[in-house]
Design a protein around this ligand. Structure first.
Ligand code: CP
Length: 340
């Protein structure tokens, strides 16, 4: 895969060497993300960060990643704050914004919209999530985190068993993750969801074609036994025709410390793309897990900066120049590392 100047729209663009290249470049970003060094390699470059759906971590971590490489960020965060609200097309918006920026990150509620936008853009476009379709940077950071967590146990992802829990129908992070897991071999997947929110056939076919063993469960305790990684997801309420329909699924699969202890081996990794729904009726990943050292959710969010820095560095072809434009950081940074 040639990264330079190209769009990143789907994880289907990645083969194993391409994913490994992202992870290798991400590893090299540690000193900058941890504020040990500062680089100005992208000084003068501009990112248009266009988020037409709510976001905290994807939007802010893409922006932070660009800032950490020395570039500047221009944000639009709602349709109503852009001229899309006045009927401007994605084509015109892309033509205009690509005249103002060096790279664009876009999130949009319609599946396929970021690909359509990218066709008209004169600069690289990175998909920050398009409807229920894909979330490539999330899947890359999830896979990067899984590799690290499992490597810390002296094992590799090949041959692992992973439980995917919750809304597997509308969860775009799950869809992208399933496709990336096909770059590995012999994975056993436990799909835990209500029948109406099960993984789409397209993703199932991709997993089975890759030779992975897939089993479906409707009972959380049964499905989380004998797996290495639990990947919990939120009910994607915004994709349902009504709030009433979404509410039927709220709180169906609550994971807490007691259920974990009763059903899981003590080193089972717990992940979630976040946000987790912590409202009383949902509690899909209970806060009593916060002190569990296997809860990797904040390592995932930290890794998001590394992965997004790597994507910018590869697409803008500055990987080899980063260290040449760097110096040590002088301000206080000691509280950056949390114990769990
Ligand atoms: N995981 C994720 O996409 O989070 P945000 O919606 O906060 O960006």
């Amino acid at each position: 895969m040639d990264f330079t100047g190209n769009h990143i729209i789907s994880v289907s663009q990645f083969d194993r060497p391409a994913a490994d290249r992202v992870f290798e470049v991400a590893d090299g970003m540690q000193p900058y993300a941890m504020r040990k060094r500062i680089t100005r390699v992208l000084q003068g470059a501009i990112l248009s960060n266009m988020f037409f759906e709510p976001s905290t971590r994807t939007r802010v971590s893409f922006g932070s990643a660009f800032n950490l490489l020395g570039g500047e960020v221009r944000e639009t965060t709602e349709v109503k704050a852009s001229s899309l609200a006045k009927g401007e097309s994605l084509y015109d918006t892309a033509r205009v914004l690509s005249g103002y920026s060096d790279v664009i990150v876009m999130r949009h509620p319609e599946a396929g919209s970021v690909a359509e936008f990218a066709k008209a853009s004169r600069v690289p476009v990175i998909n920050g999530g398009d409807g229920d379709n894909e979330h490539p940077s999330q899947a890359l950071l999830d896979l990067y985190t899984m590799r690290m967590e499992i490597a810390a146990q002296g094992r590799s992802l090949d041959g692992m068993s992973i439980a995917l829990i919750g809304d597997l129908r509308f969860g775009r992070a799950v869809h992208s993750l399933c496709r990336l897991l096909c770059l590995y071999s012999n994975i056993r997947l436990h799909l835990i969801s209500p029948p109406e929110l099960s993984l789409p056939d397209e993703e199932l076919d991709v997993l089975r074609t890759a030779g992975h063993k897939v089993e479906s469960f409707q009972d959380l305790s049964a499905g989380i036994q004998d797996v290495d990684i639990l990947y919990v997801t939120r009910t994607q309420e915004e994709r349902f025709p009504s709030q009433q329909q979404a509410d039927r699924y709220r709180g169906l699969f609550r994971l807490n410390q007691s259920i974990y202890t009763q059903n899981c081996a003590p080193n089972t990794v717990i992940m979630h793309p976040l946000p987790r729904d912590s409202r009383a009726q949902a509690q899909e990943l209970d806060e009593d897990l916060n002190q569990n050292p296997n809860l990797a959710i904040f390592r995932q969010t930290d890794n998001g900066v590394l992965i997004r820095m790597a994507l910018f560095a590869l697409v803008l072809d500055i990987v080899e120049d980063i260290d040449n434009h760097s110096r040590p950081v002088t301000w206080f940074t000691a509280k950056r590392h949390l114990p769990v």
